[in-house]
Design a protein around this ligand. Sequence first.
Ligand code: KG4
Ligand code: ZN
Length: 332
Amino acid sequence: MLVLGIESTCDETAAAVVKEGKEILSNVISSQIDLQKEFGGVVPELASRRHIEVIIPVIQQALHEAGIALRDLDLIAAAYGPGLIGALLVGLNAAKTLALSLEKPFIGINHIEAHLYAALMSHPRCPLFPALGAVLSGGHTSLVRINAIGDYTLISETIDDAIGEAFDKVAKMLNLPYPGGPEIEKLARLGDLSRYPLKAGQVKGRPHHFSFSGLKTAVLYTIQKQGSALDHPSLAASFQHAAFSDVVKKTIAAAREHECRTLIFGGGVTNNLYLRALFQKEAPGYELLFPAGPLTLDNGAMIAGLGYHRFLAKGGDSLNLEAAPKIIGFPY
Ligand code: KG4
Ligand code: ZN
């Protein structure tokens, strides 16, 4: 079964062709970083316009690289949310139009669920469920118990900023370019992580929930207090360590409580090598599944791959499926 996966939730326009849910025949990603860098973040209207310009060439390129024609496709999958409404509409409508004109089935995919599936695509065998899923991206921070593909129990979320958002905002305070996550990681390598005492927030009565806005404010106060004496690399290292040691501690505690021996990671922040090393050090005895490099950031392959499984489980969706900027909860 050949599935075309289309992704346009934020600032990447992506399309991929995936065979039987796992074999990636092409994975084309057109990033808008050049455009959004100028504004220090994603401007939704600009994102939508760029998606419109590149969506057809990106799909054509994905088909070309896979060596197939449109008629060879068996299913068209697209992320229907969560994300920026104008951006979502472009990919979703492209997918619906293709499905309608080719008389092929269509399926809408949850972007966050797809981030977790990306890690499964990167590994030769499927792990034993239940597994603990950690979504660490620019828009989301959540822990879920994965009972099976398509069956989840939400354990915890952030009550304020997503972790990637906190990285992007701290990077901005340090005058680093957008997106800030990779810049903080680079700068932190030169710093001393114990130089500034920082801690992520704890949520009263909800031990697995996250809170990063206090940590972000503490970084701002440190910058103001230190003035010209500020050691930039050490602040980056101290912030990164504070954020990640909190994630590691809460993820392991949730895995223990929910009897999961495998940890599955998804989202752009899981690109961070310090995060991966920290888990390797602090979570011995757990199987750690990280997505392979090109599947970490937003991409079409994870949409196509999950589309295959969801289609087999529940069939296609109606073309009336609407774009959903917010999707509440994790089970669908
Ligand atoms: O998953 P993603 O591509 O988009 C969303 O669905 O949100 O994640 C983007 C986020 C951005 O906030 C970016 O700064 C962060 O992932 N990110 C990183 C790293 N690479 C990307 N954060 C920390 N370290 C990195 N190496
Ligand atoms: Zn994403």
